[in-house]
Design a protein around this ligand. Structure first.
Ligand code: NAP
Length: 287
């Protein structure tokens, strides 16, 4: 599970000629998307840590936060190239990115990441606990390792990052903790007892922490995505995909950016009086 220690570097703008045409196109599209939702930059001057930001939902969360003016720490475990590419895009959007590889299930690596963030970026205001894994199998065939692996990342990872970055949040004027749970933690799913239990745990954690930290002005919320088109869904056979879609009132999977927009809302001042909430982003699949 361990990546064998953190690796950090500050993204420095490279020779612009090196920026691929495709990437320029992506940045153009990102800017246009920003224009279409208005030019208000709700997170100007804030710093966010997004765990599991190299791919999928975490990547879109980091981008959406940067588009709204936040500097971002891009945490991930092993996808160096994906993380670097994202940092380049964040940099081109005009925000600072700090890329850090750390296994969130390893407390020492998380502590090292915090020290590195402090040194190179300063304290953070927003923690998005997004990193998560699944090891799906029917419970009758589930090995102890599949149970422990999922819990070590999905639950212990949330504990480690929250515990370690709490010190920063306590000093912030705009502190936010946003935990990514899942519709599966709310309604259960065949073959996902380990994953569902870990995600249900995140909901209990979120609500308890919201009550504990409200007096310190720290808002703690969760987002429960439904089925979202990412690598996590890519292994699902077509037949099962069709069955799932037939159960979604909107008749489609969600997009990572649709989850990201909910994160930006919860991170912004618009959600000042929202805490302990589980925001469903699921196309109506679970109400
Ligand atoms: P994904 O595409 O598989 O990406 C997972 C991300 O987490 C990657 O950046 C990965 O880094 C990182 N990661 C995994 N283990 C890590 C660890 N131990 N330490 C640090 N980073 C780690 O997953 P996703 O679909 O975007 O899911 C993101 C979150 O949303 C998860 O918590 C997931 O449970 C939740 N969610 C997803 C769905 C869905 O349908 N996709 C639905 C509901 C909830 P590397 O690239 O380095 O491996």
């Amino acid at each position: 599970m361990s990546s064998g220690g953190g690796r950090a570097f500050l993204w420095l703008p490279l020779n612009r000629l090196k920026v691929l045409k495709m990437q320029e196109q992506t940045i153009k599209e990102l800017r246009n998307e920003n224009d279409s939702v208005g030019t208000r930059r709700r997170l100007e001057g804030r710093r966010a840590v997004v765990t599991g930001a190299s791919r999928g939902i975490g990547r879109e969360i980091a981008l959406a936060l940067a588009r709204d003016g936040a500097d971002v720490v891009i945490n991930y475990r092993s996808s160096d190239e994906d993380a670097d590419e994202l940092a380049r895009i964040v940099d081109d959007l005009g925000e600072q990115a700090w890329v850090y590889s750390a296994d969130v299930s390893e407390m020492e690596q998380v502590k090292e990441m915090k020290r590195s963030v402090e040194k190179h970026m300063g304290n953070v205001d927003i923690l998005v606990n997004n990193a998560g894994i699944n090891r799906d199998t029917l419970f009758s065939k589930m090995e102890e390792s599949a149970w422990k692996e999922v819990f070590s990342v999905n639950m212990n990872g949330v504990f480690n990052c929250t515990r370690v970055f709490l010190e920063h949040l306590e000093q912030s004027s705009y502190p936010r903790i946003i935990n990514i749970t899942s519709i599966v933690g709310q309604m259960g799913n065949v073959g996902q007892a380990n994953y569902a239990a870990s995600k249900a745990g995140i909901i209990g954690f979120t609500k308890s922490l919201a009550k504990e930290l409200a007096r310190k002005g720290i808002n703690v919320n969760a987002i429960a995505p439904g089925f979202i088109e990412t690598d996590m869904l890519s292994g699902v056979p077509d037949k099962i995909r069709e069955r799932i879609i037939s159960q979604i009132p909107m008749r489609r999977f969600g997009k990572p950016e649709e989850v990201a927009r909910a994160v930006v809302f919860l991170a912004s001042d618009d959600a000042d009086y929202v805490t302990g909430h589980v925001l469903n982003v699921n196309g109506g699949m679970y109400l």
